[in-house]
Write a protein that binds this ligand. Structure first.
Ligand SMILES: Cc1cc2nc3c(=O)[nH]c(=O)nc-3n(C[C@H](O)[C@H](O)[C@H](O)COP(=O)(O)OP(=O)(O)OC[C@H]3O[C@@H](n4cnc5c(N)ncnc54)[C@H](O)[C@@H]3O)c2cc1C
Length: 380
Protein backbone atom coordinates (compact mmCIF):
# COMPACT_ATOMS: atom_id res chain seq x y z
CA UNK A 1 0.00 0.00 0.00
CA UNK A 2 1.38 3.38 -0.97
CA UNK A 3 0.34 5.98 1.56
CA UNK A 4 2.02 9.23 0.75
CA UNK A 5 4.83 8.37 -1.63
CA UNK A 6 6.74 11.55 -2.34
CA UNK A 7 6.42 10.87 -6.06
CA UNK A 8 2.74 11.89 -6.25
CA UNK A 9 3.56 15.40 -5.00
CA UNK A 10 6.12 15.83 -7.76
CA UNK A 11 3.56 15.41 -10.56
CA UNK A 12 1.66 17.96 -12.59
CA UNK A 13 -2.15 17.93 -12.62
CA UNK A 14 -2.23 16.31 -16.06
CA UNK A 15 -0.05 13.49 -14.74
CA UNK A 16 -2.34 12.98 -11.74
CA UNK A 17 -5.24 12.73 -14.18
CA UNK A 18 -3.36 10.28 -16.39
CA UNK A 19 -2.95 7.98 -13.39
CA UNK A 20 -6.70 7.98 -12.82
CA UNK A 21 -8.31 7.33 -16.20
CA UNK A 22 -11.34 5.55 -14.64
CA UNK A 23 -13.56 3.60 -17.01
CA UNK A 24 -13.32 4.92 -20.58
CA UNK A 25 -16.60 5.40 -22.47
CA UNK A 26 -15.48 2.99 -25.16
CA UNK A 27 -13.80 -0.20 -24.01
CA UNK A 28 -12.96 -2.66 -26.77
CA UNK A 29 -14.30 -6.05 -25.64
CA UNK A 30 -12.28 -7.85 -28.31
CA UNK A 31 -8.86 -6.20 -28.12
CA UNK A 32 -5.93 -7.77 -29.90
CA UNK A 33 -4.04 -7.69 -26.60
CA UNK A 34 -5.49 -7.49 -23.09
CA UNK A 35 -3.06 -6.63 -20.31
CA UNK A 36 -4.16 -7.31 -16.73
CA UNK A 37 -2.43 -5.04 -14.22
CA UNK A 38 -1.66 -1.33 -14.46
CA UNK A 39 1.71 -1.38 -12.73
CA UNK A 40 4.96 -0.49 -14.48
CA UNK A 41 5.21 -3.88 -16.18
CA UNK A 42 1.62 -3.93 -17.45
CA UNK A 43 1.81 -0.37 -18.77
CA UNK A 44 5.19 -0.94 -20.41
CA UNK A 45 3.79 -4.07 -22.03
CA UNK A 46 0.89 -2.08 -23.41
CA UNK A 47 3.32 0.47 -24.86
CA UNK A 48 5.50 -2.21 -26.44
CA UNK A 49 2.52 -4.03 -27.97
CA UNK A 50 1.28 -0.79 -29.52
CA UNK A 51 4.80 -0.05 -30.75
CA UNK A 52 5.11 -3.48 -32.30
CA UNK A 53 1.92 -2.91 -34.28
CA UNK A 54 0.00 -5.69 -32.55
CA UNK A 55 -3.30 -3.86 -32.90
CA UNK A 56 -5.64 -2.67 -30.19
CA UNK A 57 -4.49 -2.90 -26.57
CA UNK A 58 -6.57 -2.66 -23.39
CA UNK A 59 -4.92 -2.42 -19.95
CA UNK A 60 -7.09 -3.16 -16.89
CA UNK A 61 -6.12 -2.09 -13.36
CA UNK A 62 -8.27 -2.97 -10.38
CA UNK A 63 -7.17 -0.11 -8.13
CA UNK A 64 -8.56 3.38 -8.60
CA UNK A 65 -5.25 4.52 -9.98
CA UNK A 66 -2.34 3.18 -11.98
CA UNK A 67 0.89 2.20 -10.26
CA UNK A 68 -1.09 1.87 -7.06
CA UNK A 69 1.17 -0.86 -5.70
CA UNK A 70 4.97 -1.16 -5.70
CA UNK A 71 5.10 0.47 -9.13
CA UNK A 72 4.15 3.78 -7.57
CA UNK A 73 6.04 3.46 -4.30
CA UNK A 74 9.48 2.20 -5.23
CA UNK A 75 12.82 4.02 -5.23
CA UNK A 76 12.83 4.81 -8.96
CA UNK A 77 16.36 3.49 -9.59
CA UNK A 78 17.31 2.03 -12.97
CA UNK A 79 20.76 0.78 -12.07
CA UNK A 80 21.53 -2.38 -14.03
CA UNK A 81 25.31 -2.17 -13.72
CA UNK A 82 24.98 -2.55 -9.96
CA UNK A 83 23.70 -6.04 -10.57
CA UNK A 84 27.08 -7.11 -11.94
CA UNK A 85 27.97 -7.47 -8.26
CA UNK A 86 25.17 -9.89 -7.49
CA UNK A 87 23.39 -11.34 -10.52
CA UNK A 88 24.08 -13.57 -13.53
CA UNK A 89 25.24 -12.00 -16.79
CA UNK A 90 21.95 -12.50 -18.71
CA UNK A 91 20.07 -10.58 -16.04
CA UNK A 92 22.57 -7.70 -16.15
CA UNK A 93 22.43 -7.65 -19.95
CA UNK A 94 18.63 -7.58 -19.88
CA UNK A 95 18.73 -4.69 -17.40
CA UNK A 96 21.17 -2.76 -19.57
CA UNK A 97 18.99 -3.27 -22.65
CA UNK A 98 15.97 -2.05 -20.68
CA UNK A 99 17.88 1.05 -19.58
CA UNK A 100 18.72 1.76 -23.22
CA UNK A 101 15.08 1.33 -24.15
CA UNK A 102 14.18 3.90 -21.46
CA UNK A 103 16.65 6.30 -23.00
CA UNK A 104 15.09 5.85 -26.43
CA UNK A 105 11.52 6.27 -25.18
CA UNK A 106 12.36 9.37 -23.17
CA UNK A 107 14.08 10.91 -26.20
CA UNK A 108 11.12 10.03 -28.43
CA UNK A 109 8.70 11.59 -25.94
CA UNK A 110 10.71 14.80 -25.51
CA UNK A 111 11.90 13.97 -22.01
CA UNK A 112 8.40 13.37 -20.64
CA UNK A 113 9.58 10.43 -18.51
CA UNK A 114 12.13 12.68 -16.83
CA UNK A 115 14.87 10.06 -16.95
CA UNK A 116 17.81 11.33 -14.87
CA UNK A 117 21.38 10.18 -15.24
CA UNK A 118 22.94 9.46 -11.89
CA UNK A 119 25.76 7.55 -10.25
CA UNK A 120 25.60 4.87 -7.61
CA UNK A 121 28.04 4.64 -4.74
CA UNK A 122 28.08 1.22 -3.13
CA UNK A 123 29.81 1.35 0.24
CA UNK A 124 31.62 -1.62 1.77
CA UNK A 125 32.55 -2.05 5.42
CA UNK A 126 36.25 -2.64 6.16
CA UNK A 127 37.19 -6.18 5.19
CA UNK A 128 34.05 -6.84 3.14
CA UNK A 129 35.04 -5.66 -0.34
CA UNK A 130 34.29 -8.01 -3.26
CA UNK A 131 36.97 -10.55 -4.14
CA UNK A 132 36.83 -9.27 -7.72
CA UNK A 133 35.59 -5.84 -8.74
CA UNK A 134 33.32 -5.76 -11.80
CA UNK A 135 35.21 -4.63 -14.90
CA UNK A 136 34.22 -1.96 -17.41
CA UNK A 137 34.10 1.79 -17.92
CA UNK A 138 31.10 2.21 -15.60
CA UNK A 139 33.00 0.93 -12.55
CA UNK A 140 35.57 2.68 -10.36
CA UNK A 141 36.64 1.17 -7.03
CA UNK A 142 37.32 3.95 -4.50
CA UNK A 143 39.21 4.07 -1.23
CA UNK A 144 37.59 5.76 1.76
CA UNK A 145 39.72 8.83 1.06
CA UNK A 146 38.55 8.99 -2.57
CA UNK A 147 34.95 8.70 -1.42
CA UNK A 148 35.58 11.65 0.87
CA UNK A 149 36.84 13.70 -2.08
CA UNK A 150 33.82 12.79 -4.22
CA UNK A 151 31.15 13.09 -1.52
CA UNK A 152 32.62 15.21 1.29
CA UNK A 153 29.55 14.91 3.52
CA UNK A 154 29.58 11.11 3.64
CA UNK A 155 31.01 9.28 6.63
CA UNK A 156 33.00 6.29 5.44
CA UNK A 157 34.77 4.24 8.12
CA UNK A 158 38.53 4.11 7.89
CA UNK A 159 39.51 1.03 5.90
CA UNK A 160 36.13 1.03 4.17
CA UNK A 161 35.85 1.19 0.40
CA UNK A 162 33.28 1.85 -2.29
CA UNK A 163 32.39 1.07 -5.85
CA UNK A 164 31.39 4.06 -7.92
CA UNK A 165 29.06 3.06 -10.75
CA UNK A 166 28.37 5.77 -13.30
CA UNK A 167 25.74 6.00 -16.02
CA UNK A 168 22.79 4.76 -13.99
CA UNK A 169 19.32 6.26 -14.33
CA UNK A 170 16.50 7.29 -12.05
CA UNK A 171 12.86 8.30 -12.48
CA UNK A 172 9.86 9.46 -10.56
CA UNK A 173 8.05 6.12 -10.94
CA UNK A 174 4.60 7.69 -10.85
CA UNK A 175 5.54 10.07 -13.65
CA UNK A 176 6.84 7.06 -15.55
CA UNK A 177 3.49 5.30 -15.12
CA UNK A 178 1.55 8.39 -16.16
CA UNK A 179 3.63 8.76 -19.33
CA UNK A 180 3.53 5.07 -20.22
CA UNK A 181 -0.26 5.12 -19.78
CA UNK A 182 -0.53 7.73 -22.50
CA UNK A 183 1.04 5.34 -25.02
CA UNK A 184 -0.30 1.99 -23.80
CA UNK A 185 -3.61 1.85 -25.69
CA UNK A 186 -6.89 2.07 -23.76
CA UNK A 187 -6.23 2.07 -20.04
CA UNK A 188 -8.93 1.58 -17.41
CA UNK A 189 -8.76 1.78 -13.61
CA UNK A 190 -11.24 0.34 -11.14
CA UNK A 191 -11.66 -2.84 -13.22
CA UNK A 192 -10.83 -6.13 -11.54
CA UNK A 193 -10.22 -9.26 -13.58
CA UNK A 194 -12.00 -12.12 -11.82
CA UNK A 195 -11.34 -15.16 -13.98
CA UNK A 196 -10.57 -16.66 -17.37
CA UNK A 197 -12.21 -19.32 -19.49
CA UNK A 198 -10.33 -21.44 -21.97
CA UNK A 199 -11.29 -23.61 -24.92
CA UNK A 200 -8.56 -26.12 -25.56
CA UNK A 201 -5.33 -24.19 -25.22
CA UNK A 202 -6.87 -20.80 -25.96
CA UNK A 203 -7.98 -18.22 -23.44
CA UNK A 204 -11.32 -17.21 -24.92
CA UNK A 205 -12.86 -15.09 -22.17
CA UNK A 206 -11.47 -12.86 -19.45
CA UNK A 207 -14.15 -11.97 -16.91
CA UNK A 208 -14.01 -8.72 -15.01
CA UNK A 209 -16.00 -6.48 -12.73
CA UNK A 210 -17.29 -4.68 -15.85
CA UNK A 211 -18.11 -7.77 -17.89
CA UNK A 212 -16.33 -10.12 -20.27
CA UNK A 213 -13.50 -9.55 -22.75
CA UNK A 214 -12.57 -11.82 -25.65
CA UNK A 215 -8.96 -10.87 -26.41
CA UNK A 216 -6.58 -12.15 -29.02
CA UNK A 217 -3.71 -12.39 -26.53
CA UNK A 218 -3.62 -11.94 -22.75
CA UNK A 219 -0.73 -10.76 -20.58
CA UNK A 220 -1.03 -11.18 -16.82
CA UNK A 221 1.10 -8.44 -15.26
CA UNK A 222 -0.38 -8.74 -11.80
CA UNK A 223 2.78 -8.66 -9.68
CA UNK A 224 2.58 -12.34 -8.69
CA UNK A 225 1.48 -15.23 -10.90
CA UNK A 226 -2.34 -15.22 -10.75
CA UNK A 227 -4.61 -18.23 -10.22
CA UNK A 228 -5.11 -20.82 -11.60
CA UNK A 229 -1.46 -20.79 -12.76
CA UNK A 230 -0.19 -19.92 -9.29
CA UNK A 231 -0.93 -23.44 -8.00
CA UNK A 232 2.37 -24.90 -6.86
CA UNK A 233 4.36 -21.68 -7.46
CA UNK A 234 6.25 -20.56 -4.35
CA UNK A 235 5.72 -16.82 -4.36
CA UNK A 236 4.99 -14.03 -1.89
CA UNK A 237 4.94 -10.30 -1.31
CA UNK A 238 7.86 -8.69 0.51
CA UNK A 239 7.06 -5.46 2.31
CA UNK A 240 9.38 -2.49 2.06
CA UNK A 241 9.28 0.87 3.84
CA UNK A 242 10.43 4.12 2.27
CA UNK A 243 10.72 7.70 3.47
CA UNK A 244 11.57 11.08 2.01
CA UNK A 245 13.12 14.11 3.65
CA UNK A 246 12.89 17.81 2.97
CA UNK A 247 15.94 19.40 1.32
CA UNK A 248 18.70 19.96 3.87
CA UNK A 249 22.19 21.35 4.36
CA UNK A 250 24.04 18.42 2.82
CA UNK A 251 25.87 17.83 -0.43
CA UNK A 252 25.11 14.50 -2.05
CA UNK A 253 25.47 13.69 -5.74
CA UNK A 254 25.27 9.89 -5.72
CA UNK A 255 22.72 7.27 -4.80
CA UNK A 256 24.39 5.81 -1.72
CA UNK A 257 23.88 2.27 -0.54
CA UNK A 258 25.75 0.26 2.04
CA UNK A 259 25.54 -1.93 5.11
CA UNK A 260 24.97 1.07 7.37
CA UNK A 261 22.29 2.77 5.29
CA UNK A 262 21.96 5.15 2.40
CA UNK A 263 19.67 7.31 0.31
CA UNK A 264 18.86 8.69 -3.11
CA UNK A 265 19.26 12.44 -3.60
CA UNK A 266 16.53 14.11 -5.65
CA UNK A 267 17.20 17.18 -7.79
CA UNK A 268 15.64 19.55 -5.22
CA UNK A 269 18.07 18.39 -2.50
CA UNK A 270 15.65 16.11 -0.70
CA UNK A 271 16.52 12.46 -0.10
CA UNK A 272 14.52 9.26 -0.55
CA UNK A 273 15.53 6.29 1.63
CA UNK A 274 14.57 2.66 1.35
CA UNK A 275 13.51 0.12 1.19
CA UNK A 276 13.53 -2.21 4.11
CA UNK A 277 12.78 -5.93 3.81
CA UNK A 278 10.11 -6.65 6.39
CA UNK A 279 8.64 -9.95 7.50
CA UNK A 280 5.07 -8.77 8.11
CA UNK A 281 2.37 -8.34 5.50
CA UNK A 282 0.38 -5.67 7.28
CA UNK A 283 -0.31 -2.49 5.29
CA UNK A 284 0.46 -0.49 8.43
CA UNK A 285 3.65 1.52 8.73
CA UNK A 286 6.19 0.22 11.21
CA UNK A 287 7.88 3.01 13.23
CA UNK A 288 10.83 0.65 13.82
CA UNK A 289 11.39 0.08 10.09
CA UNK A 290 11.15 3.80 9.35
CA UNK A 291 13.55 4.54 12.20
CA UNK A 292 16.00 2.02 10.73
CA UNK A 293 15.99 3.96 7.45
CA UNK A 294 16.45 7.36 9.07
CA UNK A 295 19.14 6.12 11.43
CA UNK A 296 21.00 4.59 8.49
CA UNK A 297 20.81 7.84 6.52
CA UNK A 298 22.16 9.82 9.49
CA UNK A 299 24.96 7.32 9.96
CA UNK A 300 26.28 7.65 6.41
CA UNK A 301 25.35 11.32 6.02
CA UNK A 302 25.84 13.03 9.41
CA UNK A 303 24.66 16.35 7.93
CA UNK A 304 21.19 14.76 7.80
CA UNK A 305 21.00 14.49 11.61
CA UNK A 306 18.19 17.07 11.70
CA UNK A 307 16.59 15.92 8.45
CA UNK A 308 12.90 16.57 8.38
CA UNK A 309 10.86 13.59 7.20
CA UNK A 310 8.14 14.70 4.81
CA UNK A 311 6.78 11.38 3.51
CA UNK A 312 6.77 7.80 4.68
CA UNK A 313 5.11 4.81 3.08
CA UNK A 314 5.34 1.11 2.45
CA UNK A 315 4.56 -1.18 -0.47
CA UNK A 316 5.06 -4.79 -1.48
CA UNK A 317 7.56 -6.38 -3.85
CA UNK A 318 6.38 -9.43 -5.81
CA UNK A 319 8.80 -12.34 -5.29
CA UNK A 320 8.77 -15.75 -6.98
CA UNK A 321 11.09 -17.80 -4.79
CA UNK A 322 14.46 -18.71 -6.24
CA UNK A 323 13.80 -16.71 -9.41
CA UNK A 324 14.68 -13.57 -11.07
CA UNK A 325 11.60 -12.24 -12.84
CA UNK A 326 9.22 -14.66 -14.48
CA UNK A 327 8.48 -13.79 -18.10
CA UNK A 328 6.81 -16.75 -19.71
CA UNK A 329 3.84 -18.20 -21.46
CA UNK A 330 0.94 -19.19 -19.21
CA UNK A 331 1.20 -22.99 -19.07
CA UNK A 332 -1.35 -24.80 -21.20
CA UNK A 333 -2.22 -21.75 -23.28
CA UNK A 334 -1.22 -20.59 -26.72
CA UNK A 335 -2.34 -16.98 -26.27
CA UNK A 336 -1.53 -16.21 -22.63
CA UNK A 337 1.64 -14.77 -21.05
CA UNK A 338 2.69 -13.81 -17.55
CA UNK A 339 5.21 -11.37 -16.19
CA UNK A 340 5.60 -11.66 -12.43
CA UNK A 341 8.07 -11.70 -9.56
CA UNK A 342 9.95 -8.58 -10.55
CA UNK A 343 10.89 -8.19 -6.86
CA UNK A 344 13.48 -5.40 -6.43
CA UNK A 345 13.97 -4.51 -10.10
CA UNK A 346 10.56 -4.15 -11.75
CA UNK A 347 11.08 -0.53 -12.69
CA UNK A 348 14.51 -1.19 -14.14
CA UNK A 349 13.18 -4.09 -16.21
CA UNK A 350 9.66 -2.92 -17.06
CA UNK A 351 10.25 -1.63 -20.57
CA UNK A 352 12.62 -4.47 -21.46
CA UNK A 353 10.00 -6.93 -20.24
CA UNK A 354 7.31 -5.22 -22.26
CA UNK A 355 9.42 -5.38 -25.38
CA UNK A 356 10.21 -9.05 -24.89
CA UNK A 357 6.54 -9.91 -24.40
CA UNK A 358 5.46 -7.93 -27.45
CA UNK A 359 8.08 -9.70 -29.55
CA UNK A 360 6.99 -13.11 -28.22
CA UNK A 361 3.30 -12.38 -28.96
CA UNK A 362 4.25 -11.13 -32.41
CA UNK A 363 6.54 -13.94 -33.50
CA UNK A 364 5.34 -16.83 -31.33
CA UNK A 365 8.95 -17.43 -30.31
CA UNK A 366 10.48 -16.87 -26.88
CA UNK A 367 13.02 -14.03 -27.17
CA UNK A 368 16.53 -15.18 -26.28
CA UNK A 369 16.97 -12.45 -23.69
CA UNK A 370 14.23 -13.91 -21.47
CA UNK A 371 15.27 -17.55 -21.93
CA UNK A 372 16.30 -17.83 -18.28
CA UNK A 373 13.13 -16.25 -16.86
CA UNK A 374 10.75 -19.21 -17.17
CA UNK A 375 8.13 -20.18 -14.60
CA UNK A 376 9.48 -22.57 -11.98
CA UNK A 377 8.28 -26.15 -12.02
CA UNK A 378 5.28 -26.38 -9.69
CA UNK A 379 5.96 -27.63 -6.18
CA UNK A 380 3.77 -30.63 -5.38
C1 LIG B 1 10.34 -0.32 -1.26
C2 LIG B 1 10.58 -0.73 -2.70
C3 LIG B 1 11.55 -0.09 -3.44
C4 LIG B 1 11.80 -0.48 -4.77
N1 LIG B 1 12.74 0.20 -5.49
C5 LIG B 1 12.95 -0.16 -6.79
C6 LIG B 1 13.87 0.55 -7.58
O1 LIG B 1 14.49 1.52 -7.13
N2 LIG B 1 14.08 0.14 -8.87
C7 LIG B 1 13.41 -0.92 -9.39
O2 LIG B 1 13.66 -1.28 -10.55
N3 LIG B 1 12.48 -1.59 -8.67
C8 LIG B 1 12.24 -1.24 -7.39
N4 LIG B 1 11.32 -1.91 -6.65
C9 LIG B 1 10.61 -3.04 -7.26
C10 LIG B 1 9.46 -2.57 -8.15
O3 LIG B 1 8.71 -1.59 -7.51
C11 LIG B 1 8.56 -3.77 -8.51
O4 LIG B 1 9.33 -4.85 -8.95
C12 LIG B 1 7.59 -3.37 -9.62
O5 LIG B 1 6.85 -2.23 -9.23
C13 LIG B 1 6.66 -4.52 -9.95
O6 LIG B 1 5.82 -4.05 -10.99
P1 LIG B 1 4.62 -4.92 -11.51
O7 LIG B 1 3.92 -4.10 -12.53
O8 LIG B 1 5.11 -6.28 -11.87
O9 LIG B 1 3.72 -5.17 -10.21
P2 LIG B 1 2.80 -4.19 -9.36
O10 LIG B 1 3.36 -2.85 -9.17
O11 LIG B 1 2.43 -4.99 -8.14
O12 LIG B 1 1.52 -4.01 -10.30
C14 LIG B 1 0.61 -5.04 -10.53
C15 LIG B 1 -0.76 -4.40 -10.69
O13 LIG B 1 -1.71 -5.40 -11.04
C16 LIG B 1 -2.92 -5.06 -10.45
N5 LIG B 1 -3.73 -6.26 -10.37
C17 LIG B 1 -3.45 -7.41 -9.69
N6 LIG B 1 -4.44 -8.30 -9.86
C18 LIG B 1 -5.37 -7.72 -10.68
C19 LIG B 1 -6.61 -8.15 -11.19
N7 LIG B 1 -7.12 -9.36 -10.92
N8 LIG B 1 -7.30 -7.30 -12.00
C20 LIG B 1 -6.79 -6.07 -12.31
N9 LIG B 1 -5.62 -5.61 -11.82
C21 LIG B 1 -4.92 -6.43 -11.02
C22 LIG B 1 -2.51 -4.54 -9.07
O14 LIG B 1 -3.52 -3.74 -8.49
C23 LIG B 1 -1.26 -3.76 -9.39
O15 LIG B 1 -1.49 -2.39 -9.61
C24 LIG B 1 11.04 -1.54 -5.33
C25 LIG B 1 10.03 -2.15 -4.58
C26 LIG B 1 9.80 -1.76 -3.28
C27 LIG B 1 8.69 -2.42 -2.50
Amino acid sequence: MVRTAVWWDGLREAEHAALRPGLPDRLDRRPDVLVVGGGAVGLATGVACRDAGLGSVVVLERADRLAAAASGGNGGAIAPDMHALTDPAPFVAFGRASRERYRQLDARWDGAIGLRTTRWLQLFAPGSTPVRWPQGPAFAPLTAQEVGELEPDLAVPEGGAALLVSGQRAVNPQRLAAVLAGHAGTVATGVEVTGVRTAGERITTVSSSVGDFHPGAVVMATGLVPPPWSAGVRQRWVKGHMLATAPGPWRLGSIVSGPDGGGTPLPDGSIVCGGTFDADLSPELSPAALDELLTGLRRVLPAARDAQVTHQWCCFRPLVEGRQPVIDRLPGTTNGWVSAGHFTTGIMLAVGTGQALASWIDTGRRPAEVATFGLPDPVA
